[in-house]
Structure formats: structure tokens, C-alpha cells
Design a binder for this molecule. Structure first.
Ligand code: GLN
Length: 485
């Protein structure tokens, strides 16, 4: 097996047994990126030289018997994480030469455990999008069918793992941005509970919804990577001071006694027939593994997309006010007064979807409309959260589709924002509720595109969804298929 075909776990074992070095593993991925990224466009920045230097240092530590969980393992980071010394663009022209002076905590933790940074991966600008088409660095192509989108906004994270350019990556999920691309690219992606992973140093989109999580080849790798980043961070006041359990220890291969709920609202008309069939098949597999299947209701689901597009854009309008061309980022060459400098810098720096959202959010927060839109959305958000808490009185885990369709074609929805927004209908409620959920492969469409299964857990019950996911994965072969690239 080529080194770039290996999972994180396989790389760990091979490195520990001295079957290959960290330099060899890193070089394999760097070469793989060079060979495939003209087609995929997953990387905004490749750190080849720096990665090989870090791998050399990792080999030295391994030889000295100093192995941390990720020593010598190459990983990719969504280009939304600040990485000291390596530029962080957020896929925006406004930050195209921004180099942060510090590391995001999630990245610092990976580094402290020995990981090697392969590069920074593509995304929708400021994480706004579901297709990765909103990137100042060009669209990402789905490794399973390069005429299709990889999903978004963490499209680069999912595509690079599916294309074997990296064994794993970190992404962020504000309304589905880890789970939906994971689903479209046939990999595993987990959005932890709000507060489980530090957001410090992650460029903010919608601060009450953003959460950092792993994108991996399989469920065990997902547990390992979550372990590496989970936990309290005094630098993020919303991170929760509660120790993370041993996620890998939760992985057992049966579902005996687990109550799985099927939210009625997630099996609606309009759900693609292949997606429905794959998810229903998954339900049968879970039942055979010993799970008890119960129908439940999340009655406020239909309001989630509208509610999200008020709250997320309101928060974004405030978060993105800092890009004014003064302290960092793009500054216009146009000579003018202060207001003209602000407005020209922002006009030149932001893409059209980001502008649309800033305007929507500013409107929702403006005097006279605040109560009618923003405040109302906050109330609806409470009802949506309550739906989940009520459902979790009856069941341990919720199961449903991740997205209503498999990956769509590049350009297909680009001119119709509403259609694009609706592709997050099953992922957005989870962010509004603040709980955890993941996507894992559960089948393929008639046109051979991957389909993801969503498992939603109680707040801070990541171990429970990982357990269910692992049992399902062990009983199926979907995660073993790979894109022909
Ligand atoms: N697709 C959703 C949006 O456009 C979610 C994005 C995300 O999770 N960052 O806002």
C-alpha cells in the first residue's frame, strides 16, 4: 500500500514500528498533492518544505523514543485556522496575504502532539457556502466526479481526504460545513457540541454557531483526532471546562440497547430517492446490530433555515466589520477619505456571497427590524433546541440524511442562493441547538456519488454517536471505496 493510502491509525502504527519514517510519509502526501491538485484544487497553500523539516524533527523525536499521539503525522488545516507564519486567507481576497502572528488553539494542540502541517485547504469565503464555489481561490472539484462540487464550506478538507492528499484534516461547521462536504466526498466528519473544541484563533463567521471538528477516512481516526483537539481552553470563554472522555474506548461493534430516533421531518418529500434508499438501508443495518428504532418528531425543523440565515448573517455582519483595510488585510489603492477607504477596501476585498450576507445581517440588526427579525429568530432557535432535548428524552441518537441530495454539479445552484441554502436543511438545526452530529458513508447514488448518514447526539455525547457510527462502519464496506483519481 502506498503511504498516502494510509489512515491516521495505520500511519501511527507504521511510524511506531519504524516501517517508514515521517519524512517518507510526508513526502508521499506532498507528491500526491502535486500529482492531483491541478484537478482537485483542494489546497490554497502547500507547506512542502516546512512540512519536510517538521517531519525530520519528528523522526528525531521518534528515534529518541518521544512519541506523542500525532508525532510525524501529516495533516491539512482548513484555511480558516490561524497558523503562525503560514498565511491564512479564509479563501478571501481581503485576507489573501494575511499571516497571523499566533496559532489557533486547535492547531496548536495538533502541533503539540507532533502533527506535521501539510498545508491550508480551500473553503467557501469566510465559510459562507455549501459548495466551495465561493472561494477567491477557485472552486474545489469533487474527487468522485470532478464536474461536481465537494460541498462546503469545508470542501477542501473533505476533498483532500477523499483524494488521499492528506490522511485527515480539520474543518469548521456553522450550519453543516463539516458534515455536508464529508457526505458529498464519502469521508467521515464530526461537528462537536458547541463548547467542546476551542474556537480561539479560528476566523469568526457566526460565533454562536461555529465549531471546529475532524474530517477523516474512518470513525476510529475521527475519534483520535477529536481527542487531540477537544477540551477546555481559557482563551475561548465559550469552551466548556469539562474533561473529554476517551473517545476511542467508546468504539464497540454493536448497538445493543441503543435507541435510535428517526425524525419524521428528515424523511420528507423532495428527499432524493438514492439518498432515501441508502439511509433506509442504514436503518435496517442498525436494527440488525441490535438498535431499537423509534420514530420521533422535531416539529420546528421547517423554520431552521430561515432562523439560521438571520442569526448567522447578523453575527457575520458584526464579525466582518473588522475588515476595514486599516490594520490588516487588503487596502484599496484608491486615494480618499476614511469612509471611502473603508468602503473601497471592502468592496474590492469581499466576494458577492459575503457581501450579500453582510447586508442581510446588517438589515436584520438595524433599528426597527431587530425585534421583528433577529429577536424572533432567537426565540425560534430556543424552540428548535427544545425539539432536540425533547427527542433525546426518548432516544439516545437521532439518525437521518445529511443532505437532501448527493453532490450537485459545479454551477448548478450558484445563481440561486435559496436553493443553495436549502441544501443545509438537515444540518443547520443541529448548530442552532448547539449539539453534536456526524456524517459517515452509507452508500452511493446511481451515478456513483457518495451518500452520507447523519447521526445526531445529545449535547456532549460525541462518544455515543462515535460508538453508533463505528458499529455501522464495521458492518458495512462503504468507507473502503475510494475515488478514482
Ligand atoms: N452552508 C451554510 C452557510 O452557507 C453553512 C456554512 C458553514 O457551516 N460554515 O452558511
Amino acid at each position: 500500500m502506498s503511504l498516502f493510502e494510509m489512515t491516521l491509525q495505520e500511519l501511527r502504527t507504521g511510524l511506531d514500528r519504524r516501517e517508514f519514517t515521517a519524512v517518507e510519509a510526508t513526502r508521499a502526501f506532498v507528491e500526491r498533492i502535486a500529482a492531483t491538485d491541478d484537478t482537485i484544487n483542494a489546497f490554497i497553500t502547500v507547506c512542502a518544505d516546512q512540512a519536510l523539516a517538521e517531519a525530520t524533527a519528528a523522526d528525531r523525536r521518534l528515534a529518541a523514543g518521544e512519541s506523542a499521539p500525532l508525532t510525524g503525522i501529516p495533516l491539512a488545516m482548513k484555511d480558516i485556522f490561524n497558523t503562525a507564519g503560514v498565511r491564512t486567507t479564509c479563501a478571501s481576497k481581503i485576507l489573501d496575504n494575511y499571516v497571523a502572528p499566533y496559532d489557533a488553539t486547535a492547531f496548536a494542540r495538533l502541533k503539540a502532539q507532533g502533527a506535521v502541517l501539510l498545508g491550508k485547504v480551500n473553503m467557501d469565503e469566510f465559510a459562507m457556502g455549501s459548495s466551495n464555489e465561493n472561494s477567491a481561490f477557485g472552486a474545489v472539484h469533487n474527487p468522485w466526479d470532478t464536474t461536481c462540487v465537494p460541498g462546503g464550506s469545508s470542501g477542501g478538507s473533505a476533498a483532500c481526504v477523499a483524494a488521499r492528499q492528506a490522511p485527515a484534516a480539520l474543518g469548521t461547521d456553522t450550519g453543516g460545513s463539516i458534515r455536508q462536504p464529508a457526505s458529498h466526498c464519502g469521508v467521515v466528519g464530526l461537528k462537536p457540541t458547541y463548547g467542546r473544541v476551542s474556537r480561539y484563533g479560528v476566523i469568526a463567521y457566526a460565533s454562536s454557531l461555529d465549531q471546529v471538528g475532524p474530517v477523516t477516512r474512518d470513525v476510529r481516526d475521527c475519534a483520535l483526532l477529536l481527542q487531540a483537539i477537544a477540551g477546555y481552553d481559557p482563551l475561548d470563554s465559550t469552551s466548556v471546562d469539562m474533561p473529554a472522555p476517551d473517545y476511542a474506548a467508546a468504539l464497540t461493534a454493536d448497538l445493543k440497547g441503543v435507541r435510535i430516533g428517526l425524525p419524521r421531518e428528515y424523511f420528507i418529500e423532495g428527499l432524493d430517492a438514492d439518498v432515501r434508499q441508502a439511509v433506509e438501508q442504514a436503518v435496517a443495518t442498525c436494527r440488525a446490530l441490535g438498535a431499537e428504532i423509534v420514530e420521533v418528531s422535531l416539529p420546528h425543523t421547517e423554520y431552521a433555515v430561515a432562523c439560521y440565515y438571520l442569526i448567522a448573517t447578523a453575527e457575520a455582519s458584526s464579525n466582518l466589520a473588522r475588515y476595514d483595510g486599516v490594520r490588516f488585510g487588503h487596502r484599496t489603492a484608491t486615494q480618499g477619505n476614511l469612509i471611502e477607504t473603508y468602503s473601497c477596501s471592502r468592496d474590492e476585498g469581499f466576494g458577492s456571497e459575503v457581501k450579500r450576507r453582510i447586508m442581510l445581517g446588517t438589515y436584520a440588526l438595524s433599528s426597527g427590524y431587530y425585534d421583528a427579525y433577529y429577536l424572533k429568530a432567537q426565540k425560534v432557535r430556543t424552540l428548535i433546541r427544545q425539539d432536540f432535548l425533547d427527542a433525546f428524552e426518548k432516544v439516545d441518537v437521532l439518525l437521518g440524511p445529511v443532505a437532501p441530495t448527493p453532490a450537485f454539479r459545479i454551477g448548478e445552484k450558484a445563481a440561486d442562493p435559496l436553493q443553495m441554502y436549502l441544501s443545509d436543511i438537515f444540518t443547520i438545526p443541529v448548530n442552532l441547538a448547539g449539539t453534536c452530529a456526524m456524517s459517515l458513508p452509507c452508500g452511493f447514488s446511481a451515478t456513483d456519488l457518495p451518500i452520507g448518514l447523519q447521526l445526531i447526539g445529545k449535547p456532549f455525547a460525541e462518544a455515543e454517536i462515535l460508538r453508533a457510527a463505528y458499529a455501522f462502519e464495521q458492518a458495512t464496506e462503504w468507507h473502503k471505496r475510494k475515488a478514482d483519481i
